[in-house]
Design a protein around this ligand. Structure first.
Ligand code: R5P
Length: 291
């Protein structure tokens, strides 16, 4: 097995290779003057199983094209198998036509991956209306979750936690982490009006006396879901507000916005950022080893 770090997988590729006891190589990526991508493998691929590590953040469309160019090229250069390990996989929230005429992007993007890869490993994909990866990919797919790492982090750093899921979809993370820790959890209700406007509501009062509220979610993008949840927790008397997410996208400087609001934020390193304190490389390496 050869682990190849794509441009947005460099922060994890060599760590994953080390932990999987596999060889590691980079992928040379640059651009032609007209902004088209050029990718070039730096080692021989013949008869090898190639794992492309790519986290699809920031220039998401370029990340997708780069992964496809690399996967097709790997096959042409004799790779036996081409596997995608995606610490963060995009477009998963676009699983429905929310507005008239809009693209349902999720199956379109997973369809592209189907065409060029043999297997995918996705770290905590945002599965909602299509609840299983098998419903999304025709190729072999495996979900890897950081929940046990998040639980271990909370156990080590936060006393008397009560876990708060900010919306119905967050139960897969919030409830699972709470169950692992054997502590109370509460899932709130959220209504999304636009990318930037959400309303979070408390369905039943929570007693936070002597407890530390920890919001657990899969993704923080604009940070507004967390800001709205924090307002509710403050009204309930919470002093310290902490939140932990798997994927810290932190669009438009959201991490600073949350910090300025006095919210302590921790994320995993599926996407590199200043709050990335939980390392998922071992988890991905274990999954690749067990297949
Ligand atoms: C969606 O349901 C996700 O689980 C997150 O709650 C959402 O993506 C967060 O987005 P934002 O940070 O922009 O409120």
């Amino acid at each position: 097995m050869l682990i190849v770090s794509c441009s947005h997988g460099k922060h994890l590729g060599s760590l994953i290779a080390k932990k999987a006891k596999a060889r590691h190589s980079g992928l040379h990526v640059d651009k032609f003057p007209d902004d088209e991508l050029r990718v070039r493998f730096e080692s021989g691929l013949r008869n090898k199983s190639i794992v492309l590590v790519q986290s699809f953040y920031k220039n998401v469309s370029d990340c997708i094209i780069e992964a496809i160019l690399a996967a097709k090229t790997a096959k042409e250069l004799g790779a036996k198998k081409v596997i995608l390990a995606a610490p963060y996989f995009p477009y998963m929230r676009q699983d429905k036509r929310f507005h008239k005429g809009e693209a349902v992007s999720q199956p379109i993007v997973t369809g592209l991956i189907d065409k060029y890869f043999d297997t995918v490993y996705l770290m905590d994909p945002h599965l909602h209306r299509k609840n299983k990866l098998e419903h999304l990919f025709k190729i072999r797919s495996k979900k890897v979750t950081a929940n046990s790492l998040i639980a271990a982090y909370i156990k080590k750093h936060i006393k008397n936690p009560v876990i708060i899921g900010p919306d119905e979809e967050s139960y897969k993370w919030a409830r699972s982490v709470a169950n692992m820790l054997g502590v109370e959890s509460r899932i709130l209700r959220k209504k999304r009006y636009s990318s930037y406007h959400v309303e979070v509501k408390l369905n039943k009062k929570i007693n936070l006396k002597g407890k530390n509220a920890v919001i657990v979610d899969d993704i923080i993008s604009t940070g507004n879901t967390i800001m709205e949840t924090a307002k509710i927790l403050r009204r309930l008397g919470a002093k310290d507000i902490r939140c932990i997410c798997v994927h810290g996208i932190f669009a438009n400087d959201a991490l600073n916005k949350l910090k300025k609001a006095g919210i302590k934020v921790v994320s995993t390193n599926t996407i590199p950022n200043k709050a990335a304190k939980i390392d998922v490389s071992g988890m991905i390496a274990d999954s690749l080893k067990t297949g």
